[in-house]
Design a protein around this ligand. Structure first.
Ligand code: PMP
Length: 413
């Protein structure tokens, strides 16, 4: 974005349907329904479309833009790194990758790190690592217990690990070896454990399922069970990691340490990078087992380091938690008025359940199209609105989102 100030000043009338005249979208393979708007710039919590209309963005690229749109810390870092070293490939060391692995291992207490480009790729790596561990240390055990409604990515193995309804038949046959348990039901996990089991894998909060939390008690029970039986506990923190839920990693709330953790989304703050972290004794890849052209790409590693510098700076997460608590109070008050339960989630990964079927989607559409400026929210389920603002969203912007949501909720569907 060349002139950030124009974004703040511009508030042109709404004409989203004209946007497509200038953009031949038919060349893109259709894979999801998208509104007829083309976004061209962003700054902090605000996005702007090609018609100059502004939107307050509480989706932030699906919980990716940790520091909002076009954060100066990342922009500066990218420009500097691009002028220095863009790419050397997996066969040569580079300084940002070494520094990032060092930082992530120190922050997580997991001693080894593999850098990837997407959450699915990191999870695919975690699955391979667990299978290798099973082959070397557990007599060939390869089954990984995962959970109904879980989401771990869109590669064949990660779709098979996911419990999203429909994923089991969509590209059949699935990759075998992912029996499904029920979240927060330790008995359902125990019942699936057999000689072929090597690991249990879960999201501390199931994001795509609608922001459904694993309780701290369940996470601790799982940790105990896995430790007793020598199984690996794999936490997928692709959506919950890097401060999103109020702690640097969501599992820290339960006071546990996993054997393996994956990160993605918020780690790059808008730049595609992901990570697979494992305890030293689990880190059993041998040369040839794992790789990837872009692993440890210096450009994206430098961006992740910039994100980590901000999020781990003293005071950043406490201040975020204060704003998040206020925001949550406001959402809970709306939920109460609408006759729904209080929000689910933690920190700034929250969802509001609305009693009427389809109401969340209708609200998301209405708010995006509201007169004046739009508000972007995600109807993660037809009856659940997911809110994932930038971690540094201002109290004013969060309050404005509450005001607009309140207005929309008062308008009958
Ligand atoms: N795991 C979780 C928990 C996720 O939420 C997602 C993405 N929504 C993924 C994995 C996949 O990440 P990516 O889209 O970067 O492959």
């Amino acid at each position: 974005m060349s002139q950030p100030s124009t974004l703040a000043a511009n508030n042109m009338p709404h004409a989203p349907y004209q946007a497509f005249a200038d953009f031949p979208v038919q060349a893109l393979m259709p894979f999801t329904q998208r509104p007829p708007v083309v976004f061209t710039e962003g700054l902090g919590s605000w996005l702007q479309d090609s018609q100059g209309r502004r939107y307050l963005d509480l989706v932030q690229g699906w919980a990716v833009n940790t520091l909002g749109h076009a954060p100066p810390e990342i922009a500066r870092t990218l420009a500097d790194q691009a002028g220095r070293l863009l790419h050397v490939g997996p066969g040569l060391h580079n300084a940002p990758a070494i520094e990032l692995a060092d930082r992530l291992t120190a922050l997580s207490g997991l001693e080894r790190c593999f850098l990837a480009s997407s959450g699915a790729e990191a999870n695919e790596g975690a699955i391979k690592l667990a299978r290798k561990f099973g082959r070397k240390r557990r007599g060939g055990a390869h089954e990984i217990i995962t959970f109904r409604n879980a989401f771990h990515g869109r590669t064949l193995a990660t779709m098979s690990a996911s419990g999203k309804p429909g994923f089991d038949t969509m590209f059949a046959p699935q990759v075998p070896g992912f029996p499904k348990a029920t979240l927060n039901d330790i008995g359902s996990v125990s019942a699936l454990i057999g000689p072929g089991t090597v690991a249990v894998m879960l999201e501390p909060i199931q994001g795509e399922a609608g922001v459904i939390e694993a309780t701290s008690g369940f996470l601790r029970d799982l940790r105990r069970l896995c430790s007793e039986l020598g199984l690996l506990l794999i936490v997928d923190e692709v959506q919950t990691g890097i401060g999103r839920t109020g702690t640097l990693f969501a599992h820290q709330r339960a006071g546990i340490t996993p054997d393996v953790m994956t990160l993605g989304k918020g780690l790059g703050g808008g730049v595609p990078i992901a990570a697979l972290l494992a305890k030293d004794e689990v880190s059993c890849f041998e040369p040839g087992d794992q790789g990837g052209t872009y692993t440890g790409n210096p450009l994206v590693c430098a961006a992740a380091l910039a994100v980590l510098r901000v999020v781990t700076a003293p005071g950043f997460l406490p201040a975020m938690n204060e704003r998040a608590a206020q925001f949550r109070d406001g959402l809970d008050a709306l939920a109460l008025r609408e006759g729904g339960p209080p929000c689910s989630g933690q920190g700034l990964l929250l969802a509001l359940e609305l009693p009427q079927p389809g109401r969340a989607q209708q609200l998301a559409d209405t708010l995006r199209e509201r007169p004046g400026q739009g508000l972007l929210l995600n109807a993660v389920r037809p009856e659940r609105l997911r809110l994932m603002p930038a971690l540094n969203a201002s109290p004013q912007d969060l309050a404005l989102a509450l005001t607009w949501l309140d207005e929309a909720l008062r308008t009958p569907a």
